[in-house]
Design a protein around this ligand. Structure first.
Ligand code: FES
Length: 495
């Protein structure tokens, strides 16, 4: 295969000439030469991999280009780097759209577990030799950590304060291999597994090191919870079976990150998970919200909104979990870089003012270029992405309730978890149909319950058995296999 010369221009940088194999995709060529980008990794849906061909050298635009760019931009040589291959010597200008920095939410709200009056958040300076643990929420998008006084974990369960000595958060560096779980699994299958593991291990070491230096002593233990794919990648476990039917994880047990004899530091444990799609982060969230009682008498629902939408329903002695891929819809909009919470508020407003109709269709005047509010632009594509995600969540909640044979009036409380959930305007979420309308007045946004549950798990050994029991007892529902899911999903697409 012959090589072609690609001259790369980027504002503020010197021109660079790359020898690229003929036929290589521009995005891969750029990424391999240090032009990093968090994107949909070549699906043509995020619109972030923008390049501009110089000197009329642009190839004919494809369908994805026509969606991403205006006619004027197409004439000006703009194309998506993931949609075109190197065919000849050329010159391109890199105009990548950097993703918005998503804030890692470490907050959680009071009243989410027994005792109801517990105040889970209070910062204090470390006192003397007081031991602490570090809890890690290993998210697909962000990594959040808290250093918590060990003694306060039990105090909190008795209604006292949880003493948080320090916090750390960063973006998950694996984002450069794609923003969602499937892209990471694909990258691992393409031989990048070791790089993915190294990237996240480095990020964890940095955060743990920073907290340790700040507090002047090492933690007594470090506990982390992530979804099943994140834990597998971190542990260097084979992820091949996670990406294909019947989606069997290598392990759902509690694991130890560095058990090698030469490692002398504090124990680094990973929480157990429930299934390939309902991971340890959800088990931790359920623990934090008081699920896991053997009798599960009161009917409660748990919805965690992030890159995936995971749901659980308890009642009548059962606990059933399920998950749906929400994509980036709940974590920043698709192309418009709009935070999910803002998206929901804006959609509610657009519905009120008739800018979109009940089917989600934008008025003619905005159909081509989208609707602009301040710096935010909402396109038809963004609206569709959120519609699909909210329809899947709503249909999932309905099917869980059906499986338990309970109605909305039986449900005592709905916990809406996840960083996104924390900032959510519950009324607006009900307006767009994120959950069945009859549940709206029972919804409490509880924030990052995965982090809180990990604190509890790490700080109180008696809760570890309870969590493992919860994982073993949980029934898992595969939405795609449920009769009636398709119809419900379609029926919930409208606002
Ligand atoms: S990477 Fe090209 S559109 Fe997302």
């Amino acid at each position: 295969m012959s090589e072609k010369k690609v001259t790369v221009r980027q504002e503020g940088k010197e021109d660079k000439v790359i020898d690229a194999p003929e036929g290589a995709v521009f995005l891969q060529v750029l990424k391999m030469n240090g032009y990093s980008l968090v994107c949909c990794n070549g699906k043509g849906t995020c619109g972030r991999c923008r390049i501009r061909f110089c000197r009329n050298g642009a190839p004919l635009p494809g369908a994805a280009d026509r969606i991403a760019f205006t006619a004027e931009q197409l004439r000006g040589g703009y194309r998506l780097a993931c949609m075109h291959r190197v065919r000849q010597d050329c010159c391109i200008q890199v105009e990548f759209v950097e993703s918005r920095q998503v804030e890692a939410v470490t907050a959680y709200k009071g009243g989410i577990t027994k005792p109801a009056e517990g105040k889970p958040e209070e910062k204090a300076m470390p006192g003397g030799d007081e031991p602490y643990i570090i809890a890690v929420d290993l998210g697909t998008t962000t990594i959040a950590m808290q250093a918590v006084a060990l003694s306060s974990v039990r105090e909190w369960q008795r209604g006292g304060n949880l003493h948080v000595f320090g916090e750390y958060s960063c973006m998950n560096p694996q984002r450069q291999w794609g923003s969602d779980v499937l892209s990471r699994l694909q990258a691992a299958a393409d031989g990048q597994a070791e790089k993915l593991a190294e990237a996240v291990r480095t990020a964890l070491a940095e955060g743990i090191g920073q907290l340790g230096r700040k507090l002047g002593k090492a933690p007594q233990g470090i506990w982390a919870a992530g979804n099943t794919a994140m834990e597998h990648l971190l542990m260097r476990l084979d992820t091949a079976s996670l990406g294909r039917y019947p989606f069997t994880p290598v392990s759902l047990e509690e694991m130890e990150l560095l058990p090698e004899p030469e490692y002398k530091g504090p124990r680094i444990g990973l929480l157990p998970g429930i299934s390939a799609f309902v991971g340890a982060d959800i088990a931790a969230g359920l623990l934090a919200c008081g699920f896991g009682e053997r009798r599960e008498e009161s009917c409660r629902l748990f919805i965690d909104l992030g890159t995936n939408g995971e749901m659980a329903a308890a009642g009548k002695g059962r606990l059933i979990c399920t998950a749906t891929a929400a994509g980036p819809a709940f974590e920043g909009g698709a192309a418009a870089n709009v935070p999910g919470t803002d998206m929901i508020a804006l959609l509610a407003e657009m519905l009120e003012t008739g800018i979109i109709d009940e089917s989600g269709l934008l008025e003619d005047a905005y159909f081509e270029k989208g609707w602009q509010k301040g710096a935010l632009r909402i396109t038809q594509q963004d609206i569709r992405a959120l519609q699909m995600a909210k329809a899947a969540v709503c249909a999932g909640v309905e099917l869980l309730m059906e499986a338990l044979e309970i109605g909305a009036s039986d449900v005592e409380q709905v916990f809406l978890a996840g960083g996104f959930g924390y900032y959510l305007d519950v009324e607006k979420a009900a307006r767009i149909g994120l959950f069945p309308a009859e549940l709206a007045d029972k919804v409490t946004a509880v924030g990052n319950t995965s982090l809180l549950g990990t604190c509890l798990y790490g700080g109180d050994p008696s809760l570890r058995e309870k969590t493992k029991d919860l994982c073993r007892r949980s029934e898992v529902m595969n939405l795609a296999e449920q009769p009636g899911f398709e119809e419900r999903y379609l029926a919930r697409l409208n606002f």
